[in-house]
Design a binder for this molecule. Structure first.
Ligand code: NAG
Ligand code: NAG
Ligand code: NAG
Ligand code: NAG
Ligand code: NAG
Ligand code: NAG
Ligand code: NAG
Ligand code: NAG
Ligand code: NAG
Length: 424
């Protein structure tokens, strides 16, 4: 039943590619990654494409399918593909994050992902997974080459540059320059109900999304059915997916669908509004669409209230099997620290951490190191709770914001020595 519903819909989304629950037509497919020029906001630049497409193609699968996807890398960067949200039960080699479950696929080489689809239904997506090349296949648009910009920023200890636009189905919409050709319009039939598959393919931004004049009924998130609830605006985290039902029961016309970030910390974000058009059949293109009302970028109470509404469907057919026996309790704080960096512009560098430990990119895949029992790649003593207790949400900026590096040899002296540029 659910399967039939998901197949009879039109997809409109902020880039969805992986629909679990529809007809399967893709197995043992060859997927070439190549650079092609793409142009947005009056700027052309080379960008990674898949099968020559930007954004990439949609893969339809049925629950229970096994897929083999042969990815060949013709781009100048080494990279891998992550099948975002697929559970990959006992199947870690196919998950894809570079240096975590595999080494990246080198230029000119290929890797066959062998994927099983079990116990999931709905919308998931896939993307390149190495550093900021995650940004290449879709989602957000930078006029400059983002890898180069991030590398330059890291060297100077500056935050990475903000994107120039978010996109919907690869297009920023008519509120941006040179966007006549880069506006996505979805034609709909009045009186019908549509299922929209929405994916937040932005790198780091939480997004609000709304459709002028139309409410949305949320039915599924990250390939898990939810208790349906109706909302005028939805909030979606980076990497998250949300399926909504929308009734086309308004005065036939043209309505904007719009997305803009939520950010309530003092961190600069690209707060411009990406749009696409919901267009009732037969309505001429000259009608100017109406914009929906989005919450203010810093609307914390909207965000808290929205997230309170999320509940799994939890029926007999689709139970929420939450384990209730706890073997071990973990308390993990996620933080943004500041480490010393003598070569940086201000002598410091922003550094993310979990329980004050910063991830250090290994040289071989962590799963590979685990499988072959290779020592010196990762530690197994990640702390169950923060090493030092403090006011986690309100640490004064005068506190010691340094973090500890997480690779095996990283005693504090090693880390300090490396920061001072002493070769070890
Ligand atoms: C992209 O465009 C530039 C000029 O704008 C051109 O030099 C280059 O060859 C093009 N690259 C590809 C892959 O088409
Ligand atoms: C994957 O594609 C490459 C060419 O890009 C080919 O050489 C290789 O045999 C293919 N592998 C499989 C398992 O089909
Ligand atoms: C790709 O990986 C190979 C092997 O690790 C390395 O020699 C090469 O420099 C890498 N290429 C790029 C562009 O980083
Ligand atoms: C670097 O220092 C300058 C001047 O003190 C300041 O304006 C800027 O915000 C600092 N940048 C960072 C990333 O701390
Ligand atoms: C959408 O929901 C709001 C709040 O529940 C309600 O006031 C409004 O009438 C609904 N709009 C439509 C078009 O159903
Ligand atoms: C968006 O950010 C700019 C600064 O980058 C700021 O001037 C503007 O007020 C912000 N807009 C909203 C709606 O917050
Ligand atoms: C949200 O931003 C607006 C304008 O940018 C500002 O006036 C307001 O104080 C902010 N609200 C909070 C709770 O920070
Ligand atoms: C850790 O230190 C040992 C001994 O100094 C060295 O052999 C090994 O390569 C180092 N491992 C890493 C990951 O740096
Ligand atoms: C985090 O680690 C750094 C480096 O070891 C240390 O200086 C700092 O005090 C630690 N902070 C907390 C909150 O544990």
């Amino acid at each position: 039943m659910a399967r039939r519903v998901s197949c009879s819909i039109v997809s409109v989304l902020i880039l969805a590619f992986f629909f679990v629950g529809c007809l399967s037509f893709l197995t043992a497919e060859e997927v070439p990654l190549r650079f092609k020029n793409a142009s947005r906001l009056c700027n052309a630049k080379p960008i990674v494409t898949i099968n020559g497409m930007f954004p990439g193609p949609t893969i339809y699968v049925r629950e229970g399918d096994q897929l083999q996807i042969n990815v060949t890398n013709y781009a100048q960067y080494n990279m891998s593909i992550h099948w975002h949200g697929l559970k990959q039960f006992r199947n870690g080699w196919a998950d894809g994050p570079a240096y975590i479950t595999q080494c990246p696929i080198q230029t000119g080489h290929n890797y066959v992902y062998d994927i099983n689809v079990k116990g999931q239904r709905g919308t998931l997506w896939w993307h390149a997974h190495i550093l900021w090349l995650r940004a290449t296949v879709y989602g957000e648009w930078w006029n400059k080459d983002i890898e180069t910009s991030v590398n330059q920023a890291n060297k100077l200890g500056l935050p990475p540059p903000m994107s120039d636009a978010h996109t919907i189905n690869g297009k920023p919409g008519p509120l941006f320059p040179c966007s006549e050709k880069h506006t996505y319009a979805q034609e709909v039939l009045p009186g019908k109900t549509y299922l929209l598959r929405i994916v937040n393919a932005a790198l780091n931004d939480d997004l609000f999304f709304a459709i002028a004049g139309h409410n949305m009924t949320v039915v599924e998130i990250d390939a898990v059915y939810t208790k349906p609830f109706t909302t005028q605006v939805l909030q979606i985290a980076p990497g998250q997916t949300t399926n909504v039902l929308v009734q086309m029961d308004r005065t036939p016309g043209r309505y904007f669908m719009a997305a803009r970030p939520f950010m309530d910390a003092p961190v600069p974000v690209d707060n411009k509004t990406a749009t696409e058009i919901l267009q009732y059949k037969g309505i001429p293109d000259i009608i100017i669409p109406i914009l929906p009302q989005l919450p203010a970028p810093n609307d914390t109470s909207f965000a808290l209230n929205y997230n309170q509404k999320l509940r799994s469907l939890n029926t007999r057919q689709f139970p929420a099997n939450v384990p209730t026996k706890i073997d071990r309790n973990l308390f993990v704080t996620i933080g943004l620290g500041v480490n010393s960096c003598p070569s940086c512009q201000n002598g410091t560098q922003f550094t993310a951490s979990l329980n004050n430990i910063t991830f250090v990119m290994p040289r071989i895949g962590l799963l590979q190191a685990h499988y072959f029992n290779t020592k010196g790649v990762f530690e197994t003593d990640f702390p169950d709770k923060p090493i030092k207790a403090f006011d986690y949400t309100n640490a004064p900026l005068t506190a010691n914001l340094a973090t500890q590096n997480g690779n095996d040899n990283d005693t504090e002296q090693n880390a300090n020595a490396r920061m001072q540029g002493i070769a070890k």
